[in-house]
Design a protein around this ligand. Structure first.
Ligand code: KG4
Ligand code: ZN
Length: 353
């Protein structure tokens, strides 16, 4: 028998009056297969992350076909493990959640199909979650008293957005990158410095002892007041490195890494400050893989102290891909009465707004 709308609506009505709502969430949009159980959108009961990074590192980047196959292998195991770590079975779970975009189509489809199957057999409602909304929601896990509205800088491998979070699940896009995402720029610069995938964290580590004024890099001037551009900066960086190599010079890798990291983080800070000040709000959140960057966090912290706004950042492990953030976002969707039927499909180019 199908999960009928009437049956699901009844279940959702019952959940609305329930004091404790536990959601089992699955994330499989890129190269991490992750499952978590989240209570009331804020409390992590368990979280399991199976990273495929070692496999993809052999190829210098994510190979979509390999990612899909690895997700197929890992989905059941991460779900079992998350239940085991929380000491629960499906009888104690109220709803299921899954990332349905943006991401790699095959990777997303693996998770979506798996969770549709689980929803069908357990008869639990399924909530579909936007991966980027998940990144924003990681802040609700680290900061239990955080409530919208706030401004959020979302910086991941595929996205660089400045958004105003008006309410749970309600966003106004303030600005975005007109070309590369910040994480993508980090990964490309890292490759020129001979670093493997994923380059961002490795470049940041290399930058620690470097001189950040070694290489002056161009500052993009854009029409959009809150927009970003990283391609000019990236090209200037690549050209400078290639020129040095052609001259037979040994690359001052730490100085180059520090100069690049500074240029990217300065641009992120500048636009985030403009957006926050214009918004009249007093809270800025960071989200996405690049928000794990030490320099970005330190620079933002210094600005928050100087200018007196509240800065929220996810704990380091919640900045990069995980399922806990998906479970948090799902809770607020569910509270609004939103759920997905079994016709749910993956949407690789899904937008946040
Ligand atoms: O959010 P995420 O885990 O996956 C996506 O949704 O894209 O972000 C991954 C991106 C990669 O580009 C990675 O190099 C970058 O975040 N990243 C970092 C750091 N940690 C991860 N970039 C700079 N510094 C870091 N510490
Ligand atoms: Zn992500």
């Amino acid at each position: 028998m199908m999960n009928t709308s009437a049956e699901m609506r009844q279940k959702l009505d019952a959940l609305r009056g329930k004091e404790t709502v536990r959601i089992l969430a699955l994330e499989s949009s890129c190269d991490e297969t992750a499952c978590a159980i989240i209570e009331n959108g804020r409390r992590i009961l368990s979280s399991v992350i199976f990273s495929q990074v070692d496999v993809h590192a052999l190829y210098g980047g994510v190979v979509p076909e390999i990612a899909s196959r690895a997700h197929v292998d890992a989905c059941d195991r991460v779900i079992d493990q998350a239940l085991k770590e929380a000491g629960m079975d499906f009888a104690q779970i109220d709803a299921l959640a899954v990332t349905y975009g943006p991401g790699l189509v095959g990777a997303l489809l693996t998770g979506v199909s798996c969770m549709k199957g689980l929803s069908y057999t357990t008869r639990l409602p399924l909530v579909s979650v936007n991966h980027i909304e998940g990144h924003v929601s990681a802040n609700f896990l680290t900061h239990p008293d955080l409530e919208p509205p706030f401004v959020c800088l979302v910086v991941s491998g595929g996205h660089t957005h400045l958004v105003r979070v008006n309410n749970y699940g309600e966003y106004t896009l303030l600005g975005q990158t007109v070309d590369d995402a910040a994480g993508e720029a980090f990964d490309k610069a890292a490759r020129v410095l001979g670093l493997n995938y994923p380059g961002g964290p490795l470049l940041s580590k290399l930058a620690e002892g470097g001189n950040d004024s070694y290489l002056p890099l161009p500052h993009a001037h854009l029409d959009g007041r809150y927009d970003f551009s990283f391609s000019g900066l990236k090209t200037a960086f690549l050209n400078a490195c290639h020129r040095m190599e052609q001259r037979g010079e040994i690359l001052p890798r730490a100085d180059l890494a520090a100069s690049f990291e500074r240029a990217v983080t300065d641009a992120l800070c500048e636009k985030a400050m403009l957006a926050l000040e214009d918004s009249g709000l007093h809270t800025l959140c960071l989200a996405g893989g690049v928000s794990a960057n030490r320099r970005l966090r330190a620079r933002m912290q210094a600005l928050a102290r100087e200018r007196g706004f509240r800065l929220c950042m996810p704990e380091l492990w919640l900045c990069t891909d995980n399922a806990a953030m998906i479970g948090s976002a799902a809770y607020y969707r569910l509270r609004r009465g939103e759920w997905a039927g079994l016709e749910l499909n993956a949407v690789p180019a899904l937008e946040l707004v």
